[in-house]
Design a protein around this ligand. Structure first.
Ligand code: HEC
Length: 207
């Protein structure tokens, strides 16, 4: 009598086949599952936005130096580095549009010039603050919301309705609320999909 002929052997065989089936089903399910979209904006119970911890690992769009839309008398020149989540960047690459829950971070850095062997030009130093913009129609009746974080701030409330962030972005940005006119790699994409507003390149006073 072989093992398979014995009642115990048959049971073992059935159990083995069952587990193989379970593993196979799991594999099929895993491979057909849509890729997880993340990170997405996270909020606390008060509805404040949580500081996106890993934004420096997101897609880098561009840097500005001393960009200023309201020249104040003593305005100190800062660097601005703009980041967006990679999954949102990928979707933009396929459509020229921003998906819901796209989130943009400007990391504002102080600028210095003379140190070590550097004689001219400017390099980036301390973090001065973060400016964040989120596209989230489910949460904001105005679709786009704006937040400001202090250098160490962990949460930020949305700027109230009628804030200058929203108005300036609405009036002057080339793609939806984003300043794609200043992001060279995105500009070509938006032009290809016809989502680029050329008139927003005209030199104008932001007021
Ligand atoms: C007077 C116009 C103006 C105002 C007001 C303004 N921004 Fe912007 N914003 C810009 C311009 C121009 C850029 C692109 C230049 C850059 O990269 O710095 C930009 C870029 C951004 C970006 C990067 C994504 C994008 O939309 O291109 C974020 C995030 C952002 N601003 C947040 C804010 C927040 C938060 C406020 C309010 C506290 C604010 N902005 C107020 C003009 C403005």
């Amino acid at each position: 009598m072989t093992l398979l002929d014995s009642p115990d052997g048959e049971l073992t065989m059935k159990a083995l086949m069952c587990s193989a089936l379970v593993v196979l089903t799991c594999l099929v399910l895993l491979s057909s599952r849509p890729e997880k979209k993340g990170p997405v904006p996270q909020y606390n119970q008060k509805g404040e936005l949580l500081r996106p911890a890993d934004y420096r690992e997101w897609m880098f769009l561009s840097a500005g130096y001393g960009m200023n839309y309201s020249p104040g008398p003593d305005s100190h020149e800062l660097f601005t580095n703009v980041f967006v989540q990679r999954w949102a960047y990928d979707e933009f690459g396929r459509s020229g549009k921003w998906p819901e829950q796209s989130m943009f971070v400007i990391d504002e850095r102080d600028a210095a010039s003379r140190s070590s062997i550097n004689q001219k030009g400017h390099y980036q130093t301390d973090l001065m603050g973060l400016a964040v913009e989120v596209k989230d129609s489910a949460r904001n009746s105005d679709k786009w919301a704006y937040y400001v974080f202090t250098p160490d701030g962990q949460t930020a409330g949305a700027m109230p309705k009628g804030n200058p962030c929203w108005s300036c972005h609405d009036a002057h940005a080339a793609v939806e609320h984003t300043f794609v006119q200043f992001y060279p790699t995105l500009k070509v994409v938006a032009k290809k999909y016809g989502t680029y507003n050329e008139s927003r390149e005209q030199v104008t006073d932001a007021k």
